[in-house]
Structures are given as C-alpha cells and as structure tokens.
Design a protein around this ligand. Structure first.
Ligand SMILES: *Cc1c(COP(=O)(O)O)cnc(C)c1O
Length: 359
C-alpha cells in the first residue's frame, strides 16, 4: 500500500430506503456512497475519498467524452449464510484493470490501495448487500480521462470512481439456456487491438451486432475472430466454453478476448473435477461438425454478472443448432452450483478465492 493512502469519508445525511430484494434487476439501483480519487501528472493518484453518491460535474471538453479513454471493472460482494460479506478474487480484477490501464495509457493504480478502496466502500455499504438467493452487490470501479483538451493524446488528469449496485439475476430467464447468434459480419476486436482490455470502447463496437441479434430473436452474440471470421472469440460480456467428448475447450487468450476471472475459475474447477480442459483455437466449423456428429454435449458462457449461462441454441450462418436437449447440461449445472457455492460461502473455499471486506 502507498504509505500515505488514507480515505476521507463523508457520510450521507439522507440514506436511501433499502430496495426490495425480490426486484433488484441489474445495475439500476445504486447505494448511498461512492469512492473517488483524482490523478494529476504532478501529484499522481491522490485525494482518495468516499462521498454521498452524486452526479459528476465535468468539463464538456473532458477527453473521455471525445476519445473514450476509459476503463472499467466488474466484481461482486456476496452475503454468506453466516451474514458476513465476502469478495471473490478481487485482486484478479485489480490486476486486470492495471493491464487495461497500460493498454489505454491510463496511469496504473496501486493494487493494495485499490483493494482497500473497494473493501472500505463495501464495508460502509454493507447493509446494501442483499441476502436473497442469487442476489449480490455488484461493484463497478472505473477510470475516466478528465483533462479538458480536444487534442488526441493520453490525458494528464483522471478520475477513479467506484459505485455499487445491489443486483438480482443478470438474465431475466435466470439459469434458462440463452439463444446465441454467431456474428459473421461485424467484428468486436482484433489481435493487437484492445479486445483484452476492459474498455467501454469495446462495448460500443458491439452494439450494432447486439441490436441485430435481438431483432432476430437472440439474446447474445458469439463473436468470431476479426480477421478470418472463422475462429470463436467470446460472447458479448462472457467467455465461452464447449463441452466436447473427452475434452472441454475454450478459446485461448490471444489478445482479442477478455481474460475473464470466471473463465479462469471454471478452468480450475473443471480440472479439479477431473476434466481435460484445453485453451486453444476453435473454429466455428469444428463446432458445427461436432454438433452434427453428436459430440457437442454442452455450451456455456462465463462472466461475473451471469456466472454460468447455459447456451440452448446457436445460430451459425443461418444453421440453428439445439445444444443437447436445449436444457441446462449436467456439467454446466455442477459448475454453477460449485462456483456460486464458493462465492456465497456455502461451500468450502478450497482454492482460497474469497476475501473479506475488513481492510
Ligand atoms: C467482463 C467481461 C467478461 C467476463 O469477465 P469476468 O471477469 O469473468 O467477469 C467476458 N468478456 C467481456 C468482453 C467482458 O467485458
């Protein structure tokens, strides 16, 4: 930790009523406070503070508005059966945020300070961590370039902010399988680009395809590689796994894919279950062939928001493939139960993945 890292806390004088846990939805309700910290070239990161949640006043010339110099993260705090609150692998998110920062020319954070910021804010807002099944407190750290300047260059001032949102299940359908459209016109990212960075800019690149998929009756897009439109990359905000006969496969991290914390956790869990997991290039043609030969057993997406999202149908080049019976597969269910069991403190944390909120 930097030696003079100190968080100034200003408490709200008008706390909000706690939301109805049965109708949280995703990312529309925010807690009473937010964390803020400034960066300037002269002073580095400084002025760490927690304030009542409020709108930001910004210069319209702030560089983030014009050239999208912005990064974000997403992780969750979970309410354990004993009432305590815990985080899941938060250092993985902080390390990833710093990898994103390096790619986007945003100054890196001190990792221990960032963890302390998350813990201190979550601790202050502990009563907002819901306890109904499947609910959690979503944590959204982000950094924006604030320098008012229309020239294109890395900004010399930034704001690091953390907001919190109590959330229910990500998909309205719950654990029901989703229908996914394999996108072969638009691309999301290319090697050498920013695909591996958690940058808002990646999401704006994906919107047109998402709108198209929705119009066709699909809830998500499966991206193919940006050069040949042949190899599987990932789903909208999830990594993708295919359960084949004798092997579970997921695309290797080649720079165009977001290295998900849930992806890494699933690889570890699958190996601990005794499965062979290969991170490799997977062509969509291989998946189509495996489906035709009855060797495509299960498909699922992984991400913090939805945890495990079983895929019931894939539409590749107009060819509709029902995965298994179209219901959640046994391995997807086992992974979901194990991972959520650890996250919510219902199963023993044999991997030492959970972290408390006492800074
Ligand atoms: C955040 C994200 C994921 C999932 O990452 P987790 O760390 O598992 O939440 C996957 N793909 C994209 C594009 C993402 O932004």
């Amino acid at each position: 930790m930097s030696k003079d890292f100190n968080i100034q806390i200003t408490r709200t004088t008008c706390p909000k009523a706690k939301p109805d846990e049965a109708n949280l939805g995703f990312g529309r309700i925010f807690t009473d406070h937010m964390f803020l910290m400034d960066y300037t070239t002269e002073n580095g990161w400084h002025n760490a503070r927690i304030e009542p949640y409020h709108a930001l006043a910004m210069d319209p010339a702030s560089m983030v508005f014009h050239y999208a110099q912005e990064c974000f993260e997403g992780l969750k705090a979970y309410r354990r059966p004993d009432g305590k609150v815990q985080l899941f692998r938060p250092m993985k998110n902080i390390e990833r945020m710093n990898r994103t920062n390096r790619r986007l020319c945003i100054p890196e954070l001190d990792a221990d300070d960032a963890l302390k910021a998350i813990q201190t804010l979550v601790k202050l807002e502990e009563d907002f961590v819901p306890s109904l099944d499947g609910t959690s407190l979503y944590i959204r750290p982000f950094i924006i370039a604030t320098e008012p300047h229309l020239g294109v260059k890395p900004a010399d001032s930034y704001l690091f902010c953390i907001i919190l949102s109590p959330v229910g299940a990500y998909y309205k359908e719950g654990l029901n399988p989703v229908k996914i459209f394999v996108e072969d016109e638009y691309v999301r990212a290319v090697k050498g680009g920013i695909g591996y960075a958690k940058a808002g800019a990646n999401y704006v690149a994906s919107l047109a395809a998402q709108v198209k998929a929705h119009e066709l009756g699909y809830s998500q897009v499966l991206w193919l590689d940006g050069v040949e439109h042949k190899y599987v990359d990932e789903v909208g905000a999830m990594n993708i796994f295919f359960v084949l006969e004798g092997e579970v496969v997921t695309p290797e991290l080649v720079g165009s894919i977001l290295p998900g914390v849930t992806r890494d956790s699933c690889i570890n869990l699958l190996r601990s279950f005794g499965y062979t997991v290969n991170e490799r290039r997977i062509s969509i043609d291989e998946i189509i062939a495996a489906h035709e030969n009855g060797k495509l057993l299960e498909v699922f997406g992984t991400g913090t928001a939805a945890v495990i999202s079983p895929v019931g149908e894939l539409n590749a080049h107009g060819k509709k493939m029902t995965i298994g019976t179209g219901e959640i597969g046994t391995l997807s269910q086992k992974l979901y139960d194990t991972l959520t069991g650890i996250q919510w403190g219902k199963l023993e944390d044999t991997f030492n993945w959970t972290v408390g909120i006492d800074a």
